[in-house]
Design a protein around this ligand. Structure first.
Ligand SMILES: [Zn+2]
Ligand SMILES: [Zn+2]
Length: 298
């Protein structure tokens, strides 16, 4: 096994203090941690190396041994049983006050934005010419009013016993430098802190029911096939206080019996008799808003 310079790997001098070693490790580890470089083999190797260097230099016994005999004094299995510190651990390892502050903002269930909805509307070429105001019906999920979205039969919403209503579980871990508190959302109540002991009968515990909402939409004049209108917050409701999604109304223009549209022009075919073609004359042709006379000159 080639000799490894653990000091160089951590970018520190031979006389670095334990604090400096720790600091250098944290900085490098945050940059190369597999959690921030998913799928990046190079970063993973780099992180293993940094971790190995730290396992040795961060421990005064092993550091002494290394200073005397070099890295060949350690076997690979000296490192294999070690669990990588999680990325959160690297961030949270600053003492209790900081940990508390960091996690107090992330309590309970995660906010989630509602889904966007799409509605396809078919309009005529006349509608494009005149503009159109119409009512449309959008199927969507609405919060169940019986249980107010909790999914529990009224009176049967209890505090979660697993997390005591907090919505998250804290676990204290010790390593050689600090106490680390891991905070994870409670699996039992999915972070809400509450458990339904009987399900709401209106929504079968879903907390939401399918409904139809009618909304009025104004399609502006001159809209093109495939263009859409976006109605902000017109989509599905967000979860746990998250914002609603948007509603997209996609416009499809029906084929017209007479006209073909090319950008802002309309084309139509008409036939004239031979004498009009030779002598000139008047014929009537259709237009989108009535009829017009067209004068042919010979
Ligand atoms: Zn309900
Ligand atoms: Zn819970």
């Amino acid at each position: 096994m080639p000799e490894k310079d653990y000091y160089k790997i951590l970018g520190i001098g031979k006389n670095a203090s334990q604090d400096e070693i720790k600091k250098a490790f944290r900085q490098l580890a945050r940059k190369h941690h597999p959690d921030v470089n998913p799928g990046n083999k190079e970063a993973e190797e780099k992180f293993k190396e940094i971790n190995e260097a730290f396992q040795v230099l961060g421990n005064s016994e092993k550091r002494k041994q290394y200073d005397q005999f070099g890295s060949s004094g350690f076997k690979p299995q000296d490192f294999s049983g070690f669990r990588w510190p999680s990325f959160d651990d690297l961030f949270s390892d600053f003492g209790f006050g900081d940990i508390f502050d960091i996690f107090s903002g992330a309590r309970g269930a995660r906010e989630r934005e509602g889904a966007d909805l799409r509605y396809d509307i078919e309009i005529s070429l006349e509608d494009v010419f005149n503009g159109l105001t119409t009512k449309i019906e959008i199927p969507h999920f609405a919060k169940c009013s019986t249980c107010n979205g909790t999914g529990a039969k009224p009176g049967f919403l209890k505090e979660c016993s697993e997390c005591e209503g907090v919505g998250e579980i804290r676990r204290m871990q010790r390593n050689m430098f600090a106490n680390i508190i891991n905070v994870i959302p409670c699996m039992k109540c999915r972070g809400t802190g509450k458990i339904a002991t009987k399900l709401c009968e209106t929504c079968n515990g879903e907390g939401k029911i399918k409904k139809i909402k009618k909304i009025e939409v104004k399609i502006p004049k001159g809209i093109d096939d495939g263009q859409y209108l976006r109605i902000a917050d017109g989509g599905e409701l967000g979860e746990n206080g998250g914002p609603p999604g948007d509603l997209y109304i996609v416009v499809n223009i029906k084929e017209h019996k007479i006209f073909e549209r090319r950008e802002s022009d309309l084309f139509c075919n008409t036939t004239i008799d031979l004498s009009t073609a030779i002598l000139g004359g008047k014929i009537k042709i259709p237009t989108i808003d009535g009829k017009a006379k067209l004068l042919f000159l010979s």
